[in-house]
Design a protein. Sequence first.
Length: 62
Amino acid sequence: MGARALQIAMSAPILVEPSEAPSNPIDIALKELESGILPITIRRALPDGTYQDIPLKWLLQG
């Protein structure tokens, strides 16, 4: 949430309707998360040196 809030604070476009968006960047990021449109992927490093990209949507489905 912090990474997305920082992006919003630095003038990144918000992905929720402006009429629905709170004024606080953290609250906007939470609203995007609740709406299922948060464009964040977690990159997980594996012991063999490879990595796995995990979209945040996968984590929210479980």
